[in-house]
Design a protein around this ligand. Sequence first.
Ligand SMILES: NC(=O)c1ccc[n+]([C@@H]2O[C@H](COP(=O)([O-])OP(=O)(O)OC[C@H]3O[C@@H](n4cnc5c(N)ncnc54)[C@H](OP(=O)(O)O)[C@@H]3O)[C@@H](O)[C@H]2O)c1
Length: 288
Amino acid sequence: MILVTCAAGKTGKAIVEALRAANQPVRAMVRSTESEEALKTSGITDVIVGDLVHYEDVLEAVTGVDAVYYIAPNMDPNERLNGENIIKACNSAGVSRLVFHSVLHTQIEALPHHWERHFVEQEIMNSNLAFTILQVGSYMQNMLPAWGKMVETGIHRMAYDIDAPMSLVDLGDVAEAAVHVLADDGYINGMFEVAGPVITLTEKAAILSQVLGKEIVAEKENLDEFLDHGRAIGFGDFTLATMAKMFPYYDEHGLVGSDKVLGWILGRSPTDFETFARRAAAAFDQGS
Ligand SMILES: NC(=O)c1ccc[n+]([C@@H]2O[C@H](COP(=O)([O-])OP(=O)(O)OC[C@H]3O[C@@H](n4cnc5c(N)ncnc54)[C@H](OP(=O)(O)O)[C@@H]3O)[C@@H](O)[C@H]2O)c1
């Protein structure tokens, strides 16, 4: 049995789906009863509701599982406490594998949510657990909520420089890699970069223009306007402060890794942006 935390989020759903497709028994941990209901409706029977900041909840979730696929909440002020609870609970319950879904380049202090996570990585390395750390790049799928608006306006807009290089990875590839890693003890004690091919917003817009058969232009969204919008739709102060540092960093450096390790884990080339865009366009056309 594999426990997946934050199982109802974007990442969690993809990992749970891939594990189930591989016939692996899954327990899901979610925070809210709404997420519990949604997962149960989709056929997952073993769902635990709990908060990662509460040790007793975490201990209940990990008790009786063989492995934990630890997805942490995104941009969370309790990053270290959540991580400590997972590690302590895994040790206490005798869990035999811990796989941490981390982020690319946690060594970067200028990115607070990456830097906080490198402390969790250290604690995992010091835990004596059989661990694997996956340092995962930004997902291609992050643009999907704005896909319809992009098609309508002809503008692909993000709050960073249109020529900043980003190693965007297909979340389907990430989930496939996670299944391989969990099934193979050869990944124990390793930290692996799970990143996709490097691409800029300008290059994405050119590919999207071809795929959609209409001109799509890359545009940098004004950061203050982006943050105002984020506040209006309920982003918390910690998330807003983190984003206020993240986008200027992206302007200057992008966020680039290498897709070599992912290709090696998958045994094939990682999905490129054009393939992702063609799939996304077909799914959007079917849904609209
Ligand atoms: N997005 C990317 O491009 C990307 C790339 C690489 C790595 N990652 C990493 O992937 C992880 C997940 O990101 P995501 O975008 O999939 O997140 P997401 O869609 O926002 O989902 C997060 C989930 O976390 C749960 N959650 C939040 N706080 C919790 C708590 N205290 N205790 C238990 N559950 C809690 C929520 O559960 P409820 O729904 O029940 O409230 C929510 O469903 C993050 O650590 C992020 O750094 C993301």
